[in-house]
Design a protein around this ligand. Structure first.
Ligand code: MN
Length: 161
């Protein structure tokens, strides 16, 4: 009888350790998946849906690029806008969309790099079923981003290349 209790106790300790190791592995996996902090929810009205920004690099007199990590929930996007000195988008996670005015929408996947030319109206965001995380590198030497009209659902769901 004593032996049985001892066995049960050892088994319980073993189970507890196995579970706690598994939780630690899950925590590490989640930390590894997020390269940069998610940041703060954007509330400036230039985005449609829940989008987060982590400002990583501020422009200064020596380097006038602003760099931010932007997390788009599925279905969310920017308004139409343009950047006077252009922008580079690096896709870190998930699947998103990018579209320049007058051109078809393109799918942007983790690992893709997109160059937005200066002064070309465009929008970017997550695809319907995927969270999309991007690094946005925006030249500020010629002024701030110019925000335009909202991207309609028709435009958002529009044709791909
Ligand atoms: Mn842009």
């Amino acid at each position: 009888m004593k032996h049985t209790i001892k066995c049960l106790l050892v088994f319980a300790i073993f189970l507890f350790q196995a579970c706690s190791n598994n939780q630690k592995m899950e925590d590490t996996k989640q930390q590894n998946a997020l390269i940069f902090p998610k940041g703060e929810k954007i509330t400036n009205g230039n985005f449609i849906g829940d989008v987060w920004l982590s400002a990583l690099v501020q422009p200064d007199s020596l380097n006038q690029n602003a760099i931010g990590s932007v997390t788009f929930e599925p279905g969310t996007r920017t308004k139409w806008h343009s950047h006077p000195a252009g922008q580079i988008i690096l896709a870190l996670e998930g699947e998103g969309y990018y579209q320049e005015k007058g051109s078809p929408k393109v799918i942007v996947r983790k690992g893709d790099a997109v160059k937005c030319p200066p002064d070309i109206p465009h929008w970017h965001g997550a695809s319907v079923n995927s969270t999309f995380i991007q690094l946005a590198i925006t030249g500020r030497e010629k002024g701030e981003t110019i925000w335009l009209e909202a991207v309609t659902d028709e435009e958002y769901n529009g044709g791909l290349k």
